[in-house]
Design a protein around this ligand. Structure first.
Ligand SMILES: [Zn+2]
Length: 681
């Protein structure tokens, strides 16, 4: 998946189901809004707008809103919507699990059974360990590299990306083709830095991770002493994989992760791996068209497999079986996993209650089956039309911006315009729903359901290779509170989840909606033209359509943004990585500018109250981003997330904009007025 999202995916995983209107339900309503659509009661009048606008707009919310004990972060926009939807989903799933028919949805039995099996704690306690032992037995039977390859394929299909990953993607150079993609993977910690950097925090996490691996192996039946040795083996192997892995910053450059050397090239790069056997075991023996994203990783992996004793390789696979299955295993496994991944990595205080985890599990495995139950009754043509007309006005703002852009020459402008005119929009939910007919779901085993659902999804993903591109597909479930731009498809996607208050509120003033969801639309549109997206053309092909002089102009402007964000401290003394977050920061800056231009063009009559429409626009923007995070989670995100923290997503772009300064009468020298303002689009 190479999509550019609005917000980090990991923050909202498993709690991202929603509908667009809630008046038909009895669950908690959104917080009360002033007539304008902004919440005046959370504005911190003591902090001037020109000093720290984020604090000004969100201050009292930040002061009075605690982060729930089972959440790594809490936001006024994303989290509140997601929480409301989680309750809605629960209601639906409890009813379907009890056999009640809710609509004409063909998969309600499946979602009901999946939920019921997940909620059956006694059943999981009774059978889980024995079922895990069956999986581990296969690993223990491996005698040589051939057998190892077969087991890797099985794990890839149903559990975990042990050693590496295999999936499908549009060919960067020919977006009409779907090819296979082999990529680096196989780490239990979030990124290579966690193994390689020698800061106190990383060392502490490595020690905790090794203890966690040991504890899990003990739960899986190993003696403590053997498990301790095995945990060290896992660390050694994963460290070697980390050393061979490409950094997240380098991975942002599409040219660095595109090597269409096909199966023959993979065989040459890593002859130690029995590739034919691997593909045959996966069930895709005929696949030959493959992007080997990071060839250096695979040549190092081949050598690593060859020189490592087979017993150690089995140990690594055992760990990844236990780790991959953990969520569907008995309580002791779940608690131990929470202790490391929840408490230590994200700073959580409490585990989510079981029903929340089960709602998340259904959404993960049967996202479009459960999603269609909601949207069929809640997101009609009206919502789609209103959203589309807003998108059109943002696109028109981009069009007119292009004509006035001083640093771009005419030929490049023409190509940029062509790309703009080709962008497709998807709104609300897919026109064609996913088919789950052949996915078998039982009420008796959560682990088996989980394994089958993963196999089903792997098959679906790999079956796309060599087939005509399906333009109707969505990469987020419709209730997700997020949005994305896909450079290969050249499309923007706005799931129903984000099209509701405070992002979009039918009764709010236009200025506030432009600041909210309008900025989201401008953000996704700008992704098509950020440092990464601009490398793809109107048809979604990786192709340099920029004249050299204009390239240079763009790079200078991007460098300004890198420098600006490098200067911000995210947590402790850790600065934001200007390079890792460049694409998102360009999208934020362009997004708010385009949305502002569209709002000005809409020319609404003056509001009656205390604020001007200009002020409401910026307050509407800032208030969708009010967010608190735990320090541990902030550390995880600053290392791995391409998005900047909310505070800088507001203050960063706005301090570059003279329009913002004018709206609040900010003067040169004020903190919200940067001397060397950056401007890209
Ligand atoms: Zn984004």
């Amino acid at each position: 998946m190479r999509i550019r999202t609005l917000a980090p995916m990991l923050a909202f995983i498993a709690c991202h189901a929603t509908v667009t209107e809630t008046k038909k339900t009895s669950v908690a309503a959104p917080p009360p809004l002033e007539e304008t659509g902004i919440d005046v009661s959370i504005i911190d009048e003591k902090t001037p707008a020109c000093e720290d606008f984020y604090r000004h707009a969100c201050g009292l919310w930040l002061d009075k809103t605690p982060i729930p004990a089972d959440k790594p972060a809490w936001s006024r926009g994303f989290s509140v919507i997601a929480d409301r939807n989680e309750l809605l989903l629960k209601d639906i799933l409890e009813k379907t699990a009890a056999g009640k028919s809710l609509s004409s949805d063909p998969y309600q039995d499946k979602i009901g059974s999946y939920y019921a099996a997940c909620m059956d704690e006694a059943g999981v306690e009774a059978h889980g360990a024995a079922e895990l032992a069956m999986e581990l037995k296969r690993v223990d039977a491996i005698k040589a590299l051939d057998g190892l390859t077969v087991e890797i394929a099985r794990e890839h299909k149903s559990l975990d990306n042990a050693f590496f990953s295999f999936g499908s993607q549009q060919d960067f150079k020919d977006a009409t083709q779907v090819i296979g993609v082999l990529d680096q993977a196989g780490l239990g910690l979030p990124d290579r830095d966690y193994y390689l950097k020698d800061t106190a925090k990383y060392k502490e996490l490595r020690t905790a991770y090794e203890a966690h691996v040991k504890n899990m192996l003990v739960l899986a039946g190993e003696k403590p002493e053997a498990a301790a040795t095995h945990a060290k083996t896992v660390m050694t192997l994963e460290r070697a994989l980390a050393e061979a892995s490409m950094s997240l910053v380098d991975r942002r450059d599409p040219k660095k992760v595109y090597h269409r050397i096909d199966l023959a090239g993979a065989q040459k790069t890593a002859p130690e791996i029995a590739w034919k056997k691997y593909l045959t075991e996966l069930g895709f023996a005929k696949v030959t068209a493959i992007n080997v994203a990071v060839p250096d990783f695979f040549s190092a992996l081949g050598k690593l497999l060859k020189k490592t004793p087979i017993a150690d390789l089995r140990t690594y696979l055992r760990w990844h079986v236990v780790h991959g299955a953990a969520g569907a295993l008995p309580k002791a496994f779940v608690d131990e996993t929470f202790d490391f991944y929840g408490k230590k990595l994200k700073g959580l205080l409490e585990q989510r209650p079981r029903w929340k985890r089960c709602v998340g599990a259904v959404d993960h495995s049967l996202g479009e089956a459960v999603g269609r139950v909601f949207v069929s009754t809640t997101f009609g043509a009206e919502g789609k039309n209103q959203t589309l007309s807003m998108i059109r006005s943002i696109e028109a703002a981009m069009r007119s911006n292009l004509t006035t852009l001083g640093w771009m020459d005419e030929p490049t402008k023409k190509m940029a315009n062509e790309k703009l005119e080709s962008i497709a929009n998807k709104i609300g939910y897919p026109d064609k729903w996913r088919n789950y007919d052949t996915l078998e779901v039982s009420r008796t085993s959560y682990l088996q359901n989980f394994l089958r659902a993963n196999r089903f999804e792997t098959d679906r993903e790999l079956a796309k290779i060599g087939q005509p591109l399906d333009r109707t597909e969505w990469q987020m479930s419709p209730p997700t509170v997020n949005a994305y731009y896909d450079p290969s498809m050249n499309e923007m996607v706005f799931p129903a989840g984000i099209l509701q208050p405070p992002f979009y509120n039918r009764t709010a003033r236009g200025s506030v909606n432009f600041g909210g969801v309008g900025m989201v639309m401008g953000h996704e549109l700008t992704h098509g033209f950020d440092d990464e997206g601009r490398q793809f053309d109107a048809k979604g092909n990786l192709h340099d359509w920029w004249s050299p002089a204009v390239n240079k102009e763009f790079d200078q402007r991007a460098a300004c943004v890198v420098q600006q964000f490098d200067g911000y401290v995210a947590v402790d003394d850790q600065h934001i990585s200007g390079k890792l977050t460049l694409g998102e920061n360009i999208a934020d800056l362009g997004g708010i500018k385009l949305s502002h231009a569209a709002f000005v063009a809409a020319a609404a009559p003056k509001p009656q109250g205390h604020f001007t429409d200009e002020q409401l626009f910026y307050l509407g923007y800032a208030q969708t981003w009010c967010m608190s995070r735990r320090d541990e989670y902030a550390r995880l995100l600053v290392a791995t997330d391409p998005h900047s923290p909310a505070k800088f997503r507001v203050n960063g772009p706005l301090s570059n904009l003279p329009e913002f300064a004018a709206a609040f009468s900010c003067k040169p020298g004020d903190k919200m007025v940067r001397k060397d303002a950056c401007t890209v689009w």
